[in-house]
Design a protein around this ligand. Sequence first.
Ligand code: SF4
Length: 726
Amino acid sequence: MRKITSGGGWPAVFYTFRKAREMGGVFKLWQAMRSKNACKTCALGMGGQKGGMVNEVGSFPEVCKKSLQAMAADLQAGIKPEFWQKYSLPQLKSLSPRELEHCGRLVEPVVHKAGASHYTPITWEEAFTRIAEKLKELSADETFWYFSGRSSNEAGFLLQLFARIYGTNNVNNCSFYCHQASGVGLASVLGTGTATLMLEDVEHADCLFLIGGNPASNHPRLMSTLKHIRRNGGEVIVINPVIETGLVNFSVPSDPWSLMFGTKIASLYVQPQIGGDLALLTGIAKKIVEMGKHDIPFLTAHCDGWPQYQEHLANTAWSEICEKSGIGIDEITAMAKRYAKSKHTVFAWTMGITHHAHGVENVEAIANLALLRGMVGRPHAGLMPIRGHSNIQGIGTVGVTPKLKDAIFERLQSTFQIKLPTTPGRDTLACMEGAMSRELKFGLCLGGNLYGSNPDAAYAGKSLAQLDQLVYLSTTLNTGHAHGLARETIILPVLARDEEPEPTTQESMFNYVRLSDGGPARHAGPMSEIHVVAEIADRVLKQSGPIVWQEMKSAQTIRETLAKVIPGLESVATIAQTKAEFQIPGRTFHTPTFPTPSGRAQLRTHELPTLAGAPGEYRLMTLRSEGQFNTVVYEDFDLYRNIDRRDVILMHPDDLQLAGLFEDQRVIVKSTTGEMQGIRIRAFKNVRPGNVVMYYPEANILVPRTVDPRSKTPAFKAIPVTVKAM
Ligand code: SF4
C-alpha cells in the first residue's frame, strides 16, 4: 500500500465507492445517507431534519468514512441461525474485533449458559421471561445499568427511569471511560460541563488549539472547519505526542482545491511527552503573563482566583515546566506568541487530555489558559471537548448518571408522585468491582462494549463472569459478546437509529438537539430499544404510580415526559410535529456570565505531575486507528499511520536502536497490570523517543485500573511498560 502523506483525499473517495458496491450500490448508499437521521457515529453531528450529510451550519455534503462504515455495518445481512451452531464460544473468542463486527446483524435473541459451548437462539418471550425472573429475584442494588452514547435520548431516559423506580442509582454511561473529565473539569471552572460554543463559532475562529486528539481519523468532518480557519489566515496549533498525518495535511474531498492539492492543517505542531500536557499548558499561560498579553480587565471582572493563579504561574519554574512537558521554552514561547495575536481562539481536546489520572486538571488548565485572554463567554471563541459517540452528550442530559441533577430528581418525583432512591450510584469501574465482589449480580448494557472499553481486560472478563445474568442490547457482535460473559448471558438484537418505528432525538457535542425520523426495519427480528426496555419494565414493575410501562413504548410519550423533567428540553414535546431542531438554551456562552455560585469563572491551580516511567521503561498510550470508532474496528489497516496490523507496538527508531530491537521483531510488552506476548514491532518516527503506542481496545490488557479520583476515568495513557525480545 502506497504510504499516505495526507488525510482524506482520493483514497477516501475511492473507499466510498468500494463501500457503496459492498452495500448494494451508490443509489442504496445515497438513500441511506440522505435519510433524515442523525449520523450514527461521532458527536460532531450531521443529518437530522436538515437532511442527511448536512452539518449544523447547513454545509452539504458533510460525510466521512466513519459514517459510511457505521451505515455499512447496519446494512449487513442478518446472522443466520446456523451461525450459532457453527461458531462455538472458543471460536468466537478467536475472532478479531473486525471479524466479529462483520459477522452480520443480530436478528434473534440468543442465550449462553456458563459452561455451554455455544450461544443458543431463544424467543423474545423466553428472553423477557428470563430477565424479568432474575430482576424479581434480586434486590435493585444488586444490579447495574450501563449505557453507550449511541442510544437515543428516549431509550436512555426510559431505561434510567426504570432502573431508578426499580430501586437503584447504579446507572452510568460510557463517558466514564472517555470524556467524564471534560464534564467535571468544565463544571468546576465554569459551572457547565459541555462545549461553550457552537460549530458556527469554530468556523469563525482565527486560532484553534487542538490538544490530545486526532479528528482527522475520529471526527473527519471537523477537518473542513480547520481548513476554513487556515484558509482565512488563522492558526491551528496541534499539541500531540504523535505526529498524525491527517493533522499535518488533509485533502477535504468535498472541496475541489483541497482534494487536488491538499490543505496544510497544523500551523504549529508540538509533541510533548505523553502526560506532559498539564506542564505545557501551564508554560503557555506563564509565557502569556510574562509577555503581558493576559486580559486583566476580563480576569478581574469575570474570574475568581486570579491572584492565586498569577502567583502559581510566577512560582512555577521554567525548568520544572520544560522537564515535565518535554518541551523547551522556545517552542512554548512560539505557541504563546501565536495565541497572543489571536482575537478569537477555540480550545479543542479529546482523550489525549481526559485519559490521564490527572485528566480533570488537564481540562481545568485548558480552561484557565482560555480565560487568561478572555476567550470564553464571547462569540467565535471558547472551549470544545470533542466528544465520542453521536449521542453521548444527550445520554448525560437525560439523566444517565449515577447521581441525578437535583432539578431532574425533584421534577421526576413531583411529576410521577414517586419516591426515587437516594442510595449512592456506582460509576462504571465501580460496577466492575461490584461484579467481581458479587455485590452486583445483574448487568444490562444498552449498546456499547462494556468489556472491550474496560481497562485491565483480564480483570474485566473475570468480574463480568461473576454475574448471574448479563444482558446486551446490540446491533452487531463485539468482543464483549465473546469475552465479557456472565453465568447467563443474553444478547437482544435491536434496531438501528434509522430503523426506528418512531422519530427519536439526539444531542451533538455543540448542545444541538436533532430529530431522527427513523425508517423501515431492515430485518424482522430486532426490536426498538425503547420497546425492549418498556417490556422489561412492564414485566418487572407492572404499573409504577401513574407510569403505564406499555404506554412508554411510544417515543412521543417519553418526549412529553422529557419536556417536563429535563431543564432545556422543553421543546422536545413537539419536535416530532414541528421538526424544529434546537440549541439547548443556557449552554452556549457568548457573554462572560457563568452558572457558578458567583457567576464568575473559577481559575484553578495545579501541581505538575511527574512524567511516568522509570529507566528502561517506556510511556505507553493506547489509541484508535483510522479504521475504527471507539471499540468497533471496521478495518485492520491504520491508513494514516501506514500500519498494517493491530497486534503491534509503535516505537521510535532511536529507541529500537538503543534497545537492540528491530522492525517486525516479536516482543513481550509488560506493565504492572498485564503482559502481551508476540507483539510485533513497528518502527514509527512520528512518536517521541521514550513513548510507545498500541491500539485500543486490544492493549487494554496492559492498562491499570488507576482512575482520576474526580472523573473516575481510567488512565489509558502514560502507562509505564517494558518491551523485551521473546
Ligand atoms: S464527522 Fe462525525 S458526525 Fe460527521 S459524518 Fe463523520 S462520523 Fe458523522
